[in-house]
Ligand binder design. Structure first.
Ligand code: SF4
Length: 438
């Protein structure tokens, strides 16, 4: 490798949205001819993309910056924690520069200042789909930045601002480039996927010479035409979400909806500034299942929000029993610096929060075990993620990468990551399935 070409390391922390920011930074670095170093020692400078969502993430980000400084010494900080440069600089005054999230241009400006751009950029080395951090067969497709909601536990709007939707033609072009490069599954992400286009009044863009509205349903339909799996994440329970369910029933996009409901007690939802009509939500879940019986509904919840009583928590458990959601995550409430919820009274003791998380997860485990047991004997199409001598690890339409279950195949011969294969399920536990090839 050419010793003269400047080399940059990148540490990427946080959620899929931060991962997409990292990919954009890597793409621009490669486009300008920098080499990406996989180690601290081999790098001339390190970019740390941080997360600042909860206190644990802040601590992890500060540790990662400390490690990069110790191992390399030249560090640029970006990402959600970077929006609070005072916190970063108080802990690590020696960092070279600090930028907020979604700031690839500012990161590049800082890189140019401390490690000048090589003279002969190897533009042709950058594939049209950019540089991806996910395995080659799936990719996150970020459709917007920021959020118009003001959930009281969340500081994302103050970090990333109000909703800014990416032009629909640009999103479709990126999706098509990814598919041409071999991606088999597109994971649509944003802070609020259902709000896509609200900021631009759903204006029409162009794709393939035809007008297409900047709107979730129209985007989902167009993505469905690309012939790969399309999975919708971070959908807010708005009425117009009902429109995408028929697309799932028709098989155009995956029958999978990730809707973070967060709670089910109207009082707590109100304190969270989230939609509080839980009966309406339950009716909506039932209607979705009528239109598309195979739909997988994933959600996340917060236990121990300030003011949550045992009765509120019981309402949440009742909701889970009624809704029988397929995939559920639960977090103990953790105050985030700058969040409006910090001013609410009625803090729940830590041990009560943890006990509630455990109770919720135990209930969900029962629901999930029962649901997955019903899968035994069924035939499914799965997407292979990994192959080794013991078999293969795959996912079904019901499993998003990293967060949901897996399908273990007892034989992987002739398979490779990115293959679709028909399998018959012969075993199940609370989260995963075991299967044989057809
Ligand atoms: S919808 Fe609520 S939780 Fe999600 S990013 Fe917006 S403010 Fe935060």
């Amino acid at each position: 490798m050419n010793k003269q070409v400047p080399k940059i390391g990148l540490v990427s922390l946080g959620c899929p949205k931060a991962l997409v920011d990292s990919e954009q930074i890597l793409t621009r670095l490669r486009a300008e001819g920098y080499i990406i170093s996989p180690s601290y020692e081999g790098a001339d400078l390190v970019v740390v993309n941080t997360c600042g969502f909860i206190d644990a993430a802040v601590a992890e980000s500060l540790d990662a910056i400390g490690e990069a400084l110790k191992e390399n010494g030249k560090v640029i900080v970006t990402g959600c924690l970077g929006a609070k440069s005072d916190v970063v600089l108080a802990a690590h005054p020696q960092v070279l520069a600090v930028t907020g999230p979604h700031a690839a241009a500012e990161v590049m400006a800082a890189v140019h200042q401390y490690l000048p751009q090589p003279h002969d950029p190897f533009e042709s080395l950058v594939p049209p789909q950019g540089v991806k951090l996910t395995p080659k067969h799936y990719a996150y497709l970020k459709i917007s930045e920021g959020c118009n909601h003001r959930c009281t536990f969340c500081i994302i709007p103050s970090l990333r601002g109000d909703l800014v939707s990416r032009p629909v033609g640009e999103v479709m072009q990126e999706a098509e480039n990814l598919v041409k490069a071999g991606v088999k599954e597109l994971l649509v992400i944003s802070q609020d996927t259902s709000a896509y286009g609200v900021d631009v009044k759903y204006r029409s863009g162009f794709w393939g010479g035809k007008p297409i509205r900047t709107r979730m349903t129209e985007l989902a339909r167009a993505l469905g035409d690309l012939g790969v799996w399309v999975r919708m994440h971070y959908v807010y329970p708005y009425p117009h979400v009902d429109e995408v369910i028929p697309l799932m029933a028709e098989g155009r996009i995956l029958p999978y909806l990730d809707v973070p409901f967060q709670h089910a007690s109207p009082r707590i939802l109100k304190a969270m500034k989230r939609p509080g009509d839980i009966e309406g939500t339950l009716a909506r879940v039932r209607a979705w299942r009528e239109v598309c019986p195979e739909i997988t509904i994933r959600s996340t919840f917060i236990a121990g929000f300030p003011g949550e009583t045992e009765a509120d928590f019981e309402l949440l458990l009742d909701f889970l029993r009624e809704a029988e959601l397929d995939r559920v995550g639960c977090f103990a409430y953790s105050p985030v610096e700058g969040a409006a919820a910090n001013a609410l009274s009625g803090a729940v003791p830590e041990e009560v929060k943890e006990e509630r998380v455990a109770r919720l997860m135990a209930l969900q485990e029962e629901i999930s075990t029962e649901k997955l047991a019903r899968m035994v004997g069924q035939t499914l199409t799965v997407l292979v993620d990994e192959v080794d001598e013991d078999g293969a690890i795959a996912r079904s339409a019901a499993d998003a990468p990293e967060i949901d279950g897996l399908v273990y195949l007892d034989e992987g011969e002739g398979l490779k990551p990115g293959d679709f294969v028909e399998v018959e399920i012969h075993d199940a536990d609370a989260h995963d399935l075991w299967a044989s090839r057809q």
